[in-house]
Ligand binder design. Structure first.
Ligand code: BJW
Length: 237
């Protein structure tokens, strides 16, 4: 299987790596839906923590949860999967992850579909944004421009993905001839729809995941295992 994957990689002209929480799991960042690795949604209610309604109902709870995640991320490091992707500047990374581990590994092209922990923005969408120190994030506070609450610059359920990032992700997914689908349950849309888009455009699909996922049915090759163990041998020259 690894040899077959290496062959597909060797023959590809444009590769997109579409990733999810499983990419950062071996760094110690919890996933969302895994029962065996204490996924966030096993313990917490996504309606309370990952919706605008949840934030408006209890902004302190939601903001504190994201600040905990910000601090946790500063204590972890890119794993071999991040480094293998970063070592290939020809690969476009389209990720659902809001951490900075691909960047820290040195990846040059990273499209973050669901935003980033490193920025706060105005919940009332007045346009104000500010960078946040991940190791020492600020407390919940009002927007200096309009007085509404500031919130993490991430995409919650029911919200649109950042249009420029989404459009670029659509273009590269349609144009690629190989998509590596790494560490995602492929259940959240519209992000998961990029896999079908790539396939419809003629791309081969390699799925890397220890478990079956929403991408399994679209896979030309499904490698069962951890990203940190499988990606380095597949991507190394
Ligand atoms: C490993 C591993 C190892 C473990 N190696 N692998 C079409 C159909 C159905 C529903 C919808 C639809 N279109 C829209 C929807 C609604 C909704 C949705 O998709 N719901 C589904 C859950 C049913 N989508 C939305 O609301 C989106 N917005 C939208 O559609 O706007 C349009 C609109 C707006 C307004 C009006 C009208 C239209 C927005 C979705 C935003 C998702 N946000 C979150 C939180 C972001 C911030 C944060 O991080 O806190 O994004 S939810 C959460 O899920 C997070 C993730 O990015 C996302 C994906 O999760 P992921 O990465 O797949 O993680 P897991 O945990 O699920 O899976 C991990 C995988 O790794 C597993 O498979 C493991 O096996 C594997 N793994 N260790 C490799 N070592």
């Amino acid at each position: 299987m690894i040899d077959a994957a290496r062959e597909l990689v060797r023959n590809a002209e444009q590769i997109v790596a579409f990733s999810g929480a499983g990419l950062s799991a071996e760094s110690g960042v919890p996933t969302f839906r895994d029962k065996d690795t204490q996924g966030f949604w096993v313990e917490y209610d996504p309606q309370k923590l990952a919706t605008a309604e949840g934030f408006m109902a209890d902004p302190q709870l939601v903001y504190d949860w994201y600040n905990d995640r910000r601090r946790n991320i500063t204590g972890v490091h890119p794993n071999p999967a991040h480094r293998a992707l970063a070592a290939r500047p020809d690969i476009v990374n389209v990720t659902q992850n809001i951490d900075d581990l691909l960047h820290r590994a040195g990846a040059e092209r990273v499209l973050q579909l669901h935003g980033t922990l490193a920025v706060d923005r105005c919940q009332a969408e007045c346009g104000h944004r500010e960078a946040v120190e991940l190791a020492d994030p600020p407390p919940l506070r009002a927007c200096p421009r309009c007085g509404a609450m500031l919130r993490p610059d991430v995409v919650w359920f029911g919200e649109m993905l950042p249009l420029d990032v989404w459009q670029e992700a659509e273009v590269v997914s349609q144009a690629c001839d190989l998509m590596l689908v790494v560490g995602t349950a492929a259940e959240v849309y519209p992000a998961a729809g990029l896999i079908g888009l790539a396939r419809a455009g003629g791309a081969k699909i390699i799925v890397i995941n220890p478990n079956p996922s929403g991408a399994s049915a679209l896979a030309d090759l499904e490698l069962t295992g951890k990203a940190g163990e499988l990606l380095p041998p597949i991507l190394e020259p």
